[in-house]
Design a binder for this molecule. Structure first.
Ligand SMILES: [Zn+2]
Ligand SMILES: [Zn+2]
Length: 374
């Protein structure tokens, strides 16, 4: 028996989200039906609205952060069962490809399908999501802006049932990406100086990750005053409103050492941000780029002579270079022990019908993280 659900979709770029009725097939082999509890409103969904992230098919169901409860499983499902509480992982982790089997689940081969037509079809090519008679594509094979979702078990991570599901939704993208950018990719060590440029849903967690890892100075840079104040609550030691302002102060602050690592996490990253960010990096230090750029952006300004002579590194990262199946439960247990502050990250809650208001608030700098409450 097909299931019907309400879902927020885009019918094309530069449009508002529209709430539509969607039909889901019964779970097929390896598939799971989940009743959603919360969906996080990440900047990456906004990239589909602006067109920075071109998608191959509309209608397009938004959302790739979320939590919920399993209500039905298809044949062969062995990782979750009915009644389990789950977090969604926007990178599926199959467990047996070369990346997964070498401890790099963030690079799972299944993730390669996220931006092509596979996003909307099952392995067998049958279509499982329909709005009227039209096939619907889904963000990251998930589409969490939906009361119910039908997904592969590779995209789900089981969590302890007493954890609050709003917190579970946050760790599935923003928290894991931010903390991992500091801990896994920048490899922050005790005593280091770290700067985070852009304090949104990802950057605030890079601040927190650097602080938990023992950084001596955590410098948060953001033009929005409310975000700088939030950063101080979450472990920042200094804040500046721009990279230019930081470049004037950080040499004296660090006795000329500058920052062992700089994490670049603005809403949208552009090539002209790289050189000023690298100027904050110490000799031998690392710049981690953790934000999405326009898919066709390929021009970067950077002084190649100084890059080599100062022995600096520029590193990209997806999912904070972590392993969803290990990191999501680990981050939640750090939350449980009071090591990570996650309650403070949710700035506003919205109903599914208010999704456009939620994104307007994000554009206006009012949200660290907004969540949809089902
Ligand atoms: Zn996200
Ligand atoms: Zn894999």
């Amino acid at each position: 028996m097909p299931t019907t659900t309400r879902t927020a979709v885009l019918w094309g770029p530069q449009q508002d989200w529209k709430v539509e009725e969607m039909t889901l097939d019964d779970p097929g082999p390896g598939e799971v039906l989940v009743e959603m509890a919360y969906a996080g409103m990440c900047h990456s969904d906004e990239h589909v609205v602006t067109g920075d992230l071109p998608v191959p098919h509309f209608p397009f169901v938004g959302g790739h952060e979320g939590s919920g409860v399993v209500t039905a499983v298809g044949p062969g499902v062995n990782l979750v069962s009915e009644g389990d509480h789950v977090s969604m992982s926007f990178i599926p982790a199959c467990g047996h490809c070369r990346s997964c089997s070498t401890g790099h689940q963030n690079l799972c081969d299944e993730g390669a399908k996220l931006f092509d037509n596979q996003m909307m079809t099952r392995a067998a090519g049958e279509v499982s999501h329909r709005i009227g008679d039209t096939e619907a594509a889904r963000f990251a094979q998930l589409g969490t802006f939906s009361e119910k979702i039908l997904v592969s078990q590779s995209s789900l991570v089981r969590v302890e049932p007493d954890l609050p599901l709003d917190i579970v939704a946050l760790v599935s993208c923003g928290v894991a990406t931010g903390v991992g950018s500091a801990v896994h990719r920048a490899e922050v060590r005790p005593g280091q100086n770290v700067a985070v440029i852009g304090v949104g849903g990802v950057g605030i967690n890079a601040v927190q990750g650097a602080s938990v890892a023992g950084a001596r100075r955590v410098i948060a840079i953001d033009p929005v005053e409310f975000k700088r104040e939030k950063a101080m609550e979450m472990g920042a030691t200094h804040t500046y409103s721009s990279v230019e302002e930081a470049l004037l102060a950080v040499p004296e602050l660090t006795w000329g050492e500058m920052c062992d690592s700089v994490i670049l996490s603005p809403g949208v990253v552009t090539g002209d941000m790289v050189e000023p960010s690298l100027n904050l990096v110490s000799k031998g230090g690392t710049l981690v780029i953790t934000a999405l750029a326009g898919m066709l952006e390929s021009d970067v300004q950077l002084n190649l002579f100084m890059l080599a002579m100062m022995n600096k590194a520029v590193k990209g990262t997806v999912f904070g270079s972590g392993n969803p199946r290990a990191d999501i439960p680990e981050l939640l247990s750090m939350y449980r022990e009071g090591v990570l502050k996650l309650d403070q990250l949710i700035t506003n809650r919205y109903s599914l019908d208010d999704v456009n208001q939620g994104y307007q608030d994000m554009r206006d700098g009012k949200n660290i993280r907004g969540v949809i409450e089902f």
